[in-house]
Design a protein around this ligand. Structure first.
Ligand code: NDP
Length: 248
């Protein structure tokens, strides 16, 4: 079943991890996919190669999502190439962990700009096309840390909590234009980001995750597919946790 047939999708941070899995899952279901990334040129080229096998148009863009001018130029390039935007996935994210008293201004601003402000800028650009079309779908990738907090991650937690509030507000503002906006709240997903945290994985997983394993990027992508498709046509302003039953 081609759940996303004839849909155009833009994903931020599609070169690796969760963004790459969403790109491939959506293309497999019939979508035309464009994605941005920062500097992983080889990884992005591999993802693009994988997308091509599905036969729909696809493209990648180098874009620092923390730069509003680059975001605007990239979204314009995407619209020129694909004609419209049906689905936007705000996925790109970074961590710069430290205890609250030691977080530098640079690390605070970089995390907030990349994880939260970038979503705002992409949403503004996308809505300029979605509102006249009276159709659109926005998915923001948050984190359980944005719901529960986490030691050493005040900047990350604040950015991810902000995404949940942003989602609810966008959903209220543009619902009457037939545009939906939802958040996915992943737990610990096996990607380069979580690997860089150097958790004592075995003990940590047993203590904190009901399903007793990490999630995969594909498991997040499957929930993104549900939210992107008409299967969730009466769902907006919500956050769905994909965390295997995770609590600290
Ligand atoms: P990865 O670190 O594996 O991938 C991050 C992606 O974002 C890459 O494509 C990277 O591009 C891109 N990116 C980062 N910064 C920028 C930037 N300034 N401009 C453009 N692109 C950028 O992360 P994950 O796949 O693990 O995470 C994806 C999202 O899911 C993030 O928002 C993260 O916070 C969230 N999340 C992840 C969890 C996990 O356990 N993995 C848990 C909860 C939430 P490049 O390759 O060029 O660097």
């Amino acid at each position: 079943m081609e759940l996303l047939k004839n849909k155009t999708v833009f994903i931020t941070g599609g070169s690796r991890g969760i963004g790459a899995a969403i790109a491939k899952t959506f293309a497999a279901k019939g979508a035309s996919v464009g994605f941005s990334y920062r500097s992983s040129h080889e990884a992005a080229a591999e993802v693009l190669n994988d997308l091509k096998q599905f036969g729909q148009p696809c493209a990648s863009y180098v874009c620092h999502v923390s730069d509003p001018d680059q975001v605007q130029q990239t979204m314009e390039a995407f619209l020129q190439q694909f004609g419209r935007i049906d689905i936007l996935v705000n996925n790109a994210g970074i961590v710069r962990d430290n205890l609250i008293c030691d977080i530098s201004l640079t690390d605070w601003q970089e995390v907030l700009n990349t994880n939260l402000s970038a979503a705002h800028w992409h949403i503004q650009c996308a809505l300029r096309n979605m509102i006249p079309n009276r159709s659109g779908n926005i998915i923001n990738i948050s984190s359980v840390v944005g719901v529960q907090g986490n030691v050493g991650q005040a900047n990350y937690a604040a950015s991810k909590a902000g995404l949940i509030a942003l989602t609810k507000t966008v959903a209220r503002e543009v619902g009457r234009r037939n545009i939906r906006c939802n958040t996915i709240v992943p737990g610990i997903i096996d990607t380069e980001m979580s690997r860089s945290a150097h958790l004592d994985t075995e003990g940590y997983v047993k203590r904190n995750i009901a399903l007793r394993r990490l999630g995969t990027a594909e498991e997040v992508a499957d929930v993104a597919l549900f939210l992107a498709s008409d299967l969730s046509r009466y769902v907006t302003g919500q956050e769905i946790q994909v965390c295997g039953g995770f609590t600290y």
